[in-house]
Design a protein around this ligand. Structure first.
Ligand code: DAH
Length: 338
């Protein structure tokens, strides 16, 4: 057999897989392979040519062995890579996030009020004095305007405030629409407070406003009772305690019966059986008039609640800082998916 032809065959042999590699070995390097055969045939070569032919067979063997070794290493690497890149494997589960607890609570509250005809309205977080304070009947010297509570920012020439409550949105809605008005305004608010477990410099509120002819305090009370039962369950009851806000008269603070002990007394309600959840009242006639609504024809009620506070009662998260730290171990504990 021609040695040159075998050299050509070795070089032309395509090795793409372990199977090819084994075929190559058997054909050229195996105990019954062509190279072994050549060595066997050497005895028939005339003595004077033996040295040269022997050398040529050795070279051929070297070429074949080198090629074998090279493909063996590249194929073993390729195999490892192919395993990683197995395109037929089922994909890994996509990691879907979970809803933020404050988003869940906000959504739930909005849905409850949607069912009784309230629509969502929103306003800016950077507010002027009028919408955050003056239109809401805050006297000029009211402490809430103080630098202690309010973050002020410059906007061109004008001094603006980061809104301290979502009651500012009531003003905007009253200025821009005519009664009957039934609106709910969720949003972020800011106060100049040192951050601790129980206070934060920003948090979230939901404001409610209802304006029409003949709206009474009884309507307010019934609306809030409905809300408490929808949110905390049929057994929930409420009580109203007289209070003061510049923009409502009369004003009240609302407690819900403790969601944990149902009024028996426990450490969550500090053994009172009640948990404070919101502030409310009949919109002060001064506010209606300041916002362009005739207080001799219309009346209404307003209420405002903290979303973190409600989330605290629903999820028993007592440290306010957890809501804005974005710790995945905290966030993933809340309902995943839509
Ligand atoms: N704006 C009040 C606050 O931030 C909450 C509030 C109380 C809103 C009474 C109201 C209300 O609309 O009637 O503390």
């Amino acid at each position: 057999m021609n040695i040159k032809e075998i050299v050509d065959a070795v070089q032309a042999f395509v090795i793409n897989s372990n199977h090819d590699l084994e075929q190559f070995r058997i054909q050229f390097l195996g105990s019954k392979g062509q190279i072994k055969e050549l060595y066997g045939a050497l005895k028939n070569v005339p003595n004077e040519d033996k040295r040269l032919v022997g050398q040529q067979i050795n070279e051929l063997r070297q070429i074949a062995e080198d090629k074998y070794a090279l493909h063996k290493t590249t194929l073993s690497h390729a195999t490892a890579e192919t395993v990683e890149l197995d395109l037929s494997r089922t994909g890994a589960d996509a990691q879907i996030g979970s809803h933020h607890p404050l988003s869940l609570v906000r959504k739930e509250i909005i849905e409850i009020f949607n069912r009784i005809g309230y629509v969502v309205s929103e306003g800016p977080e950077i507010e002027d004095d009028w919408h955050n304070f003056s239109a809401l009947n805050f006297p000029p010297e009211h402490p809430a305007r103080d630098m202690q509570d309010t973050f002020f920012v410059e906007k061109g020439e004008q001094e603006m405030a980061l809104r301290t409550h979502t009651s500012s949105v009531q003003v905007r809605v009253m200025e821009n629409s005519k009664p009957p008005i039934r609106t709910i305004s969720p949003g972020r608010v800011y106060r100049n407070e040192a951050i601790s477990a129980r206070a934060h410099c920003f948090f979230h509120q939901i404001e409610g406003l209802y304006i029409d002819k003949n709206v009474s305090f009884a309507d307010l009370k019934q609306t809030l009772l409905f809300f408490a039962k929808e949110l905390f369950g049929e057994k929930a009851t409420i009580r109203l305690r007289p209070s003061y806000f510049p923009f409502t008269e009369p004003s009240a603070e609302v407690d819900v019966s403790c969601t944990l002990c149902h009024g028996k007394g426990c450490n969550v309600c500090k053994y009172s059986g009640w948990l404070e959840i919101l502030g409310c009242g009949m919109v002060d006639p001064n506010v209606l008039d300041a916002c362009g609504i005739d207080s001799t024809i219309y009346s209404g009620f307003a209420f405002g609640m903290g979303v973190e506070r409600i989330a605290q009662l629903k999820y028993r998260v007592t440290d306010l800082r957890l809501y804005s730290e974005n710790d995945i171990r905290f966030l993933k504990q809340f309902t995943p998916g839509i």
